[in-house]
Design a protein around this ligand. Structure first.
Ligand code: MN3
Length: 199
C-alpha cells in the first residue's frame, strides 16, 4: 500500500486565527507531502511494503531510520489534521471528560500538564495524550517518534516542530500549545480514539 496524502478535512483558512492559511499551505501541502514522497521511495526496497501503516511504523523503528522518520511522520500528520477543527476546544464528550478528570484530577490540570509537555520537548517533536495499560497518560517524543513505538495508543497529539507554529507564533511555543488545546482540538475525534484504545 502506497502512502497517500489526505486532503485536509477543512479549508486551509478554516483554523484562523489560531493557525493560518499560510501555515497549513506549508505544513500540509509541502511538509506532509514530502514525508509521503520520501516514505514511498524508501518503501520500494523494504520488506515492509504492503504492510499496514502502523506495521510499517513499528516495524521500521530502530531498524530503518529513514523509512521510520517519514512513515511515522505520515502517521502522525494523518491524525494531526483530524485532531483539529474550526471552533475547536470547548466541551469534551462525557465519558472522555470523566476519564480525563479521573487521570489528572481536573481538566485544567490535564491541559496544564499537556501544555508543559509541549513546552519542555527539547527541539522538534510531539506531545501527546495516550492510553497505556488502560490509563490516559501524557507523553512527549522527539522528531517523528510517537506513542505506538512506546507501547501506547495516541488519542491526541500536537506537533511542536517549528514548521507547525513559527509563521503564526514565532518563538512563542507556549502560546501555540495553549491555543491548540483551548481553541483547536476536535474532542469528538479524541473520544472516538479513546473508546477504541480503552477497550
Ligand atoms: Mn509537522
Amino acid at each position: 500500500m502506497d502512502l497517500i496524502l489526505p486532503d485536509l478535512p477543512y479549508a486551509h483558512d478554516a483554523l484562523q486565527p489560531y493557525m493560518s492559511r499560510e501555515t497549513l499551505e506549508y505544513h500540509h501541502d509541502k511538509h506532509h507531502m514530502a514525508y509521503v514522497t520520501n516514505g514511498n521511495n524508501l518503501l520500494k526496497d523494504s520488506d515492509l511494503k504492503g504492510k499496514s501503516l502502523e506495521e510499517i511504523v513499528t516495524g521500521s523503528f530502530g531498524k530503518n531510520a529513514g523509512l521510520f522518520n517519514n512513515a511515522a511522520q505520515h502517521y502522525n500528520h494523518m491524525l494531526f489534521w483530524k485532531w483539529m477543527k474550526p471552533n475547536g476546544g470547548g466541551k469534551i464528550p462525557g465519558k472522555l471528560e470523566k476519564a480525563l478528570i479521573d487521570a489528572f484530577g481536573s481538566l485544567d490540570k490535564m491541559k496544564e500538564d499537556f501544555i508543559q509537555a509541549g513546552v519542555t520537548q527539547f527541539g522538534s517533536g510531539w506531545h501527546w495524550l495516550a492510553v497505556k495499560d488502560g490509563k490516559i497518560v501524557i507523553m512527549k517524543t522527539p522528531n517523528g517518534e510517537n506513542p505506538l513505538v512506546h507501547g501506547a495508543r495516541p488519542i491526541l497529539g500536537n506537533d511542536v516542530w517549528e514548521h507547525s507554529y513559527y509563521i503564526d507564533y514565532r518563538n512563542r511555543r507556549p502560546d501555540y500549545c495553549k491555543a491548540f488545546i483551548e481553541n483547536l482540538v476536535n474532542w469528538e475525534f479524541v473520544a472516538e480514539l479513546y473508546d477504541a484504545a480503552a477497550k
